[in-house]
Design a protein. Structure first.
Length: 95
């Protein structure tokens, strides 16, 4: 997956969540709007898993996101600060 597509995903999901958008809706919006086909397919799969009750981190395990990215999401996803780590991941991916 292109790092630019990952960066846009992380930043966009962070912005949506910070604005109060539920993660399921955020994933749905981003999967519908993604112009990068590999990311769109992965987001659609991730969305189905999250809708089925899986956490975001476990839903990302079969994707092209790095193990470190997934572990960082796992550490914070239940703390209410997921949007903050998503912003940090976007910044790191942009480097």
């Amino acid at each position: 997956m292109r790092s630019r597509a990952q960066s846009i995903f992380f930043r966009s999901l962070a912005t949506l969540m910070e604005s109060g958008v539920h993660i399921v809706r955020g994933l749905r919006v981003l999967s519908q709007q993604s112009e990068y086909e590999p990311l769109r397919r992965e987001l659609e799969t991730t969305l189905k898993k999250v809708e089925g009750g899986q956490s975001l981190s476990s839903s990302l395990t079969a994707t092209q996101f790095s193990r470190l990215q997934i572990q960082l999401v796992m550490v914070v996803e239940n703390t209410g600060s997921l949007h903050r780590i998503l912003i940090r991941l976007a910044e790191e991916t942009e480097r």
